[in-house]
Design a protein around this ligand. Sequence first.
Ligand SMILES: [Zn+2]
Length: 483
Amino acid sequence: MKQYELVIGLEVHCQLATRTKLFCGCGTDGFGQAPNSRICPLCTAQPGVLPVLNRRAVELAFQAALALECRLAEQSIFARKNYFYPDLPKAYQISQYDQPFSRHGRLEITVNGTVKTIGITRIHMEEDAGKLVHELAGSKLDGSLVDLNRAGVPLIEIVSEPDIRSSEEAYAYLTALKEVIQFTGASRCDMEKGEMRCDANVSVRPVGQKEFGTRTETKNLNSFKNVKDAIEFERDRQIALIEAGGVIVQETRLWDAALQAGRSMRTKEDAHDYRYFPDPDLVPLVADEAWVAALKAGLSELPKAKRARFMGELGLSSYDADVLTGDKALSEYFEKAVAAAPAGSAKTVSNLLTTEMLGRMNAEGKTAAQSPVAAEHLGALARLIAGGTLSSKGAKDVFARMWATGKDPRALVEELGLSQVSDDKQVMEWVRQALAANPKAAADLKGGKEAAIGSIVGGVMKLSKGKANPALVNKLIKEAVQA
Ligand SMILES: [Zn+2]
């Protein structure tokens, strides 16, 4: 059998995080709400309505494009994409066609330690369609119902170059893309709510062949795992078909996650099937230079820059920096906590976050923003450790109580009586008692047997009920023995 190479291009739709739809004032919060509770004459295509472009949607779309290093067009055109489907009341979708607002971007991905750049062909704005409902409360309907809550919700479509060569690279690309888009705030990318969806264009070719093979497009993949599975299925199907002497047909396919199989939906349309033309109701979108400069200045720090800063300025390991920048809410939480902690304790904060908080968050399905422990309180906990009030064991106990109660660690230290004793006089008193109670160890220590210190420390801890500051105990034992 010949060796084959995969060629993948991804088209990703992200819902822009606006309050209202792209061309009317209806809310974008219709997910999970009563059907058709977020509609008006415009997004249901009543006669005589005119669209008004949502300024905020344009700002967010431009910021996403800037973050993906795209070139912005001075002028872009909204076009009508004509097709008939019952979830599309106008029988056309307003999109951008031959003059999108941005092109030629790029995104870096890392797979198995190797960095690769994936080209971004273009990003354009468009409106979402509605949704057909085929069953209600678990029972199949005789006909279909239409819910237009989603009709007119603003989207960007991000089209990659066919630079992706494996399902792992596709997965890494989507992960990196989601990270960048979330950091800009352009989209929340909540896949469960349909705020990020992916179409995968897949073809295979014999290794060494220059021309691409015929590609198929698998539509509406709603999780990264589905994208990976669908690509691998399509790779195997195409190779088997070619090896058996068959021919790949250019077509649109659907992925059935339950069956772990794809199936043909329709032969692929070409652009001319949609009869694109400029929407006469909308003027060209002109990007004012000063306005774009302001958007660029307002762009929040991106994951790559943040990661470098966490390692360089705060001294975190690359692993910790990766974990903390993998999620926008988590990175913001971390920075807030560091701001509340004493200088130089970023590593302590990072350790508390990764060892104490992340596991609890994952177990309870919470984001950092939903943590019962306030970021300022985590910073205060790091301060208690740095100041010697709490041992690391004590900090663990206090954190568990903070998670359960949401209380300030300073109050909990009092409540739990966990405050570490760092008073020289009190600790010295315990040291004297421990030495007196264990004359053999005391003599050994005096005679130079360093290991004997362990049992004296143990004695002090017992006398202090574990509250003596260990560093101070060690120091004072040595002083007492040398005296
Ligand atoms: Zn509306």
